[in-house]
Design a protein around this ligand. Structure first.
Ligand code: C2E
Ligand code: MG
Ligand code: MG
Ligand code: MG
Length: 295
């Protein structure tokens, strides 16, 4: 009896596994054609400089709309693109598209905005990313100091020496390097000190409870990270800032920039251009007591 039940459970499990493997395989097959079929697009999420109320940067985020699978979230397809190696060509498309967009915006009077592009480990370690970056910068005319590459902490940790060497190349070019999702891995700030990075993005998980009464751990971690990052000369960005309380806390503790739904969600390139232009025309002062409202 128990054996039979166990067997049924196993079969259901095996069935589910099978379905899962099949879905992965179909998604990977579909991913092979996304670039040529024009199924990818980028959206752009602005980052606010707390000290002067400027929009200092914009992060490019990838979207896939598949005719067969609908909107597939990056959390689902990026890992598959990495496993299959397709991230190299997809990532090149991302880089070129993001820089083309920035070049357009520059022609429309937007300057001094950094374009931040997510880069996966596979791209950094198993492709000639530096060559691609240089080529794209040449093609689009975007200055190297307006490009930032975001890498997750785990990549830099797992391949420290190799990664460091590669990152040096970008720093020599003048490209900024951000550590994404900081705090979710195991790296210490002492370790980060040895990496040629410019920016630290504190993961949303630490931001969520900031400014709420009773929260002390995340607040302590965040303030410590900000202070130590500053002592290493790094710029600090808080990810996933959704409330005025969180932003106020971050401002009070010297965080440099915020990104999140409070300011804006990701926008298509035209809406983002309008956002940037409106913002330039009516700069908003960020104060510790008020939100972004102009009093
Ligand atoms: P990430 O780089 O840490 O990007 C931040 C994610 O948080 C984005 O999710 C963004 O839409 C979301 N987000 C921003 N503000 C808020 C907020 O206030 N609240 C909440 N709940 N979420 C917020 P998205 O666009 O789904 O991207 C997920 C992840 O996929 C990214 O995390 C990044 O790791 C990866 N990814 C996205 N685009 C690319 C790409 O072009 N290349 C590579 N390699 N990875 C990418
Ligand atoms: Mg990112
Ligand atoms: Mg992140
Ligand atoms: Mg993330």
């Amino acid at each position: 009896q128990a054996k039979a039940a166990g067997r049924r459970t196993f079969l259901r499990y095996a069935d589910a596994m099978d379905g899962d493997i099949r879905r992965r395989a179909t998604l990977i097959a579909a991913l092979r054609k996304v670039v040529e079929r024009g199924e990818l697009r980028l959206v752009y999420q602005p980052q606010l400089v707390l000290a002067d109320g400027r929009i200092g940067a914009v992060e490019a985020l990838l979207r896939w709309n598949s005719p067969e699978h609908g909107d597939v979230p990056p959390s689902q397809f990026i890992p598959l693109a990495e496993e299959s190696g397709l991230i190299v060509s997809i990532g090149e498309w991302v880089l070129r598209e993001a820089c083309n967009t920035l070049a357009d915006w520059r022609r429309d009077g937007i300057d001094n905005v950094l374009m931040s592009v997510n880069v996966s480990a596979v791209q950094l370690l198993r492709s000639d990313l530096a060559q691609t970056v240089q080529q794209v910068l040449r093609e689009t005319g975007v200055p190297a100091n307006q490009l930032e590459l975001e890498l997750t902490e785990s990549v830099l940790m797992a391949n420290a020496e190799h990664a460091t060497e590669r990152l040096q190349t970008f720093r020599r070019l003048g490209v900024s390097i951000a550590v994404d999702d900081f705090g979710t891995g195991y790296s210490s700030l002492a370790y980060l000190r040895r990496l040629p990075i410019t920016t630290l993005k504190i993961d949303k998980a630490f931001i969520d409870d900031l400014g709420r009464p009773g929260d002390s751990e995340d607040a302590a971690i965040t303030t410590t990270v900000i202070a130590m990052a500053h002592s290493l000369g790094l710029r600090v960005v808080a990810e996933g800032v959704e409330t005025a309380e969180q932003q106020r806390f971050l401002l009070q503790h010297g965080c440099d920039m915020v990104q999140g739904y409070l300011l804006s969600g990701p926008l298509n390139s035209l809406d983002c251009l309008r956002f940037l232009q409106d913002w330039q025309n009516t700069p908003q002062v960020v104060s510790a007591s008020a939100r972004l409202d102009p009093a």
